[in-house]
Design a protein around this ligand. Structure first.
Ligand code: SAH
Length: 403
């Protein structure tokens, strides 16, 4: 461990692309999705380790980052924009900060099957004489395709995002797609006829199958609908959640508050070893999925609330509620003082902070450590190989119990 911390030096690890070694992606420069493709995977891990050490070392020892054994093709959620250039219909990703499509047939971090399905759809468009959507004239048919795969269940959902509800020859199109990809378990048409950068519109029409897929994490099953939030790297989600659960040190009687809970995944997994779990999340759709997921897993010691996490915690603190463990998994902007001061008032023994941004994590840890908490563990996890994102799980314990 100590060895890794000494060895990692960002100045030494940034190297130019090495064709045939490294990761060698031909779209690297135009796409802009993978910021660290110019490094080998080992170098990327060292780079992220150093970043975490630099930001977090004042709070304690940063454990060695947990990387992926196979860091390629890990994304189980793949999205492609459709358009046209002089060669004909193209599909791919938007060049960063633009709406210019970089044509991509296969990506080193995306699920291979998902990429193949997207290429098939592009070819079918031509044979069915369906047009890609044109954002300028707001005419045409197919805007985006979203493919989600249940890593452990193998279920595959295809979402065809269209600019109009009219889908000419939809039956034959679906049959042709299923014939080429029998692994597809559901196909949904999502209608997005607005002038917007958002991929998905409000309305879904199930064209084949159930309209959702399921996947499992540990022994819990979760429903993934077209609009549900669900982590994109299932292998590392298990690692990340596993650390969060380990740090909670649950014995079976605790009251746990899962804040910024999304579709309730962490809280539902934790509920099996807790007395009571309370989940809070701002997005009402996610809360609806969370409630469904709790039922799906026969869990009756969990309740979910749609609220701003800070407002909710202020109310909890005012009403004199007690909690043994608080889990927090805020967005990149981190949390705020209203939230954290309410946590301090609630005085849980342990706070487990799951962070997707070490900079805001450092800021928030400073608040906690100045207000009665000690940082006991800092564990970086590489959820997004080849990008510059890094997740970290930190364990804070109440200072009186930290002695
Ligand atoms: N813990 C979940 C989700 C983490 S993503 C998981 O692992 O899947 C962060 C979540 O915080 C998102 O679902 C987002 O909708 C939610 N969120 C963002 N701001 C919030 C706020 N002010 N109050 C409550 N939830 C918020």
């Amino acid at each position: 461990m100590q060895k890794t911390q000494k060895r990692a030096d960002p100045k030494k690890v940034v190297k130019p692309v090495r064709v045939g070694k490294g990761n060698g992606c031909s779209h690297y420069k135009k796409c802009g999705g993978c910021h660290l493709q110019n490094m080998t995977y080992e170098e990327q891990l060292q780079y992220k380790q150093v970043k975490c050490i630099n930001l977090l070392k004042n709070f304690g020892r940063v454990k060695e980052i947990i990387g992926m054994q196979d860091p390629m093709h890990y994304r189980c959620k793949v999205q492609a924009a459709f358009g046209r250039d002089k060669t004909g219909i193209i599909s791919g990703v938007y060049q960063s900060s633009t709406h210019k499509i970089v044509p991509i047939d296969s990506c080193l971090i995306e699920d291979k099957q998902a990429d193949e399905i997207i290429v098939t759809i592009r070819k079918l468009l031509k044979s069915f004489k369906l047009k890609p959507f044109d954002e300028n004239s707001m005419t045409g048919f197919l805007r985006h395709v979203l493919v989600r795969k249940g890593y452990y269940t193998g279920q595959v959902m295809v979402v065809l995002v269209t600019g109009t509800p009219v889908f000419p020859s939809s039956r034959s199109f679906i049959n042709a797609l299923l014939q080429r990809h029998p692994e597809i378990t559901t196909i949904v048409q999502n209608i997005n006829n607005k002038f917007t950068s958002l991929v998905l519109g409000e309305k879904n029409i199930t064209l084949y199958g159930e309209g959702y897929i399921e996947d499992t994490i540990f022994d819990c099953t979760f429903r993934i609908s077209p609009r549900s939030f669900y982590q994109v790297n299932p292998v590392m989600t298990t690692v990340l959640y596993g650390k969060a659960i380990e740090y909670m040190e649950l014995k079976g009687t605790e009251t746990v508050i899962d804040t910024y809970c999304g579709t309730g995944t962490i809280g539902i997994i934790a509920s099996k070893n807790a007395g009571r779990v309370i989940g809070v999340e701002l997005n009402a759709d996610a809360v609806r999925d969370a409630k469904f997921n709790a039922k799906r897993n026969d869990i009756d010691n969990i309740e979910f609330y749609t609220a701003d996490a800070s407002d909710f915690m202020v109310e909890m603190a005012k009403s004199g509620e007690k909690a043994d463990v608080v889990i927090m998994d805020p967005p990149r902007s981190g949390s705020d003082e209203r939230f954290m001061s309410s946590v301090v008032t609630l005085a849980p023994e342990r706070v487990v902070y799951v962070s997707c941004n070490p900079e805001t994590l450092a800021r928030d840890l400073r608040y906690f450590t100045r207000n009665g908490y000690k940082v006991r563990r800092i564990q970086p996890v590489d959820m997004f190989p080849h990008t510059n994102h890094v997740e970290t799980v930190a364990l804070l314990v109440r200072a009186v119990s930290a002695i």
